[in-house]
Design a protein. Structure first.
Length: 487
């Protein structure tokens, strides 16, 4: 019971945020894929849980499991009261449609879905099978979580000596909750939280591509994310880059919905998601600037009112600002000086790093950026979708190239949106082919997807030989394997 209880509890805590997600999305006149409700549920649940923990600690309330669950359960219970009507209406509609609502998936849908499921399952398996590894997880995030679990609260900032303590603690707080709920340093449950957010980038790319250019672009975008080299290896690492990317792409989705709907719920969610991105990694503070620029441009084009722009920025501020204000008040800094800007590689080689880093997927991303820029100029900047895609990626890439190009891992922060851009152009090119050529192209494309899926699944699971030799190895044996590999 002690083994399964924290896993069941975690699952329930994630699921019970669903009514708030359903209600918030139901307020908007736009109806997108049901996946968006699932993704928003994950975002709201993890974000709310950790923010409650943060504020409780600021108020001096000890962070014990039930102390955390009570306010969280109360807040989510309100969601069941507010969003209950949407759930009942959805059940009634599904009951009326009955069996006729089921449609046999097409061959293309199956070819796209199965690889995504296999890759996502491999990432999640690797996350919950192995304990923590890699430098930043072992040296920063996991130790901070353990110290917070011992203190039953967030770490005090050591004044002028503050460094990693000023990093946003969204992910370390999820680790801490896993430890508290388990009664021991349960790294396997802790690794599940960021892995879910990382895997969430795949359906998020599908949703974004779909609402911009149709379902085919959505599938292409999701596949590109899943098969991009290094995605699978970093998705289960416990690092904060892909969890930040998860919130970052959700913010882009709601920013685009705001442009189309001019509705308060989309404005609020665009801001909240960007705030959660900044609550996950301080690099997302740049994203708040990009969101502000988008809101200003939308207001100048008379697409939204100034009230909606203020509401969106308020959403970002209410989530992220308290953490950074605390850093300033207690340590005299907003973000710690941990970027080695003097080591940035400002060269043509680093400027063209996408194909070098991500192979064919990276080449498609680079070409897509160039084509999007050309298309935007051809349309004389009358293409809001292109502006949004470029605004969320190109300035971020420029900041990376100028200041932190010594570490290509940081490109993961906006890589899913680059994949959406590439997915749109790939499907646009495919649509120009004749029907006969499209049929001929489907077979080699299917083989290519199969091959890269096998490679992605293979690369997503670590220490495969050790698993095959002893799949039921002990916790101690797993730690010895991981530590030996680190040395």
């Amino acid at each position: 019971m002690q083994t399964f209880y924290p896993w069941i509890l975690t699952g329930l805590l994630l699921i019970i945020a669903y009514p708030w997600s359903a209600w918030l999305l139901a307020q908007s006149p736009r109806r997108d894929s049901a996946w968006l409700t699932v993704l928003l549920t994950l975002a709201i649940s993890t974000g709310t849980l950790t923010l409650i923990m943060f504020w409780m600690s600021l108020l001096g309330v000890p962070l014990e499991t039930w102390n955390i669950i009570r306010p969280y359960g109360l807040l989510m219970g309100l969601g069941w009261l507010v969003g209950g009507r949407q759930l009942r209406e959805a059940r009634i509609a599904a009951k009326k449609q009955g069996v006729s609502a089921w449609r046999t998936p097409s061959l293309v849908t199956l070819l796209a879905t199965i690889p995504l499921i296999l890759i996502g399952a491999a990432i999640l398996f690797n996350a919950v099978y192995w304990p923590f590894s890699r430098d930043d997880t072992l040296g920063i995030y996991a130790p901070i979580a353990e110290r917070m679990a011992d203190l039953r609260g967030i770490l005090p900032l050591p004044g002028n000596d503050t460094l990693y303590e000023a990093y946003p603690i969204h992910i370390p707080l999820t680790y801490m909750f896993a430890y508290l709920a388990s009664g021991w340093t349960n790294e396997y449950l802790a690794r599940l939280f960021p892995a879910l957010m990382a895997v969430g980038c795949i359906p998020a790319a599908y949703v974004f591509g779909s609402i911009l250019k149709g379902q085919a672009a959505g599938w292409a975008s999701a596949i590109l994310v899943a098969i991009t080299p290094t995605f699978g290896r970093w998705a289960s690492s416990g690092y904060v880059d892909l969890p930040m990317a998860f919130f970052y792409i959700l913010s882009a989705i709601f920013a685009w919905r705001l442009w189309q709907t001019r509705h308060w719920s989309d404005a609020l969610l665009a801001g909240l998601m960007m705030g959660l991105a900044a609550w996950t990694k301080n690099a997302a503070l740049l994203g708040i600037l990009f969101l502000s620029a988008w809101l200003l441009w939308a207001w100048l084009r008379q697409k939204i009112s100034w009230r909606l722009a203020i509401l969106s920025l308020f959403g970002s501020a209410v989530v992220a600002a308290p953490w950074y204000i605390r850093n300033w008040l207690q340590a005299g800094l907003i973000i710690p000086d941990t970027a080695w800007t003097d080591q940035a590689k400002r060269s043509l080689d680093s400027l063209l790093i996408l194909p070098q880093l991500y192979g064919v997927a990276g080449l498609l991303m680079l070409v897509a950026v160039l084509l999007t820029l050309v298309d935007l100029l051809r349309r004389r900047f009358d293409s809001p979708a292109n502006i949004l895609l470029l605004l969320w990626t190109v300035p971020f890439f420029a900041a990376w190239w100028l200041f932190v190009s010594y570490d290509p891992r940081f490109l993961l922060l906006f890589m899913p949106i680059l994949c959406v851009m590439a997915g749109i152009w790939v499907t646009s090119f495919y649509a120009t082919l004749s029907t006969q050529r499209q049929k001929y192209a489907l077979i080699p494309l299917s083989i290519l997807v199969l091959v890269v899926t096998v490679l992605a699944v293979w690369n997503s699971i670590e220490f495969k030989d050790e698993i095959l030799r002893d799949p039921l190895m002990s916790n101690q044996a797993k730690h010895e394997i991981v530590l030996a590999a680190e040395e």
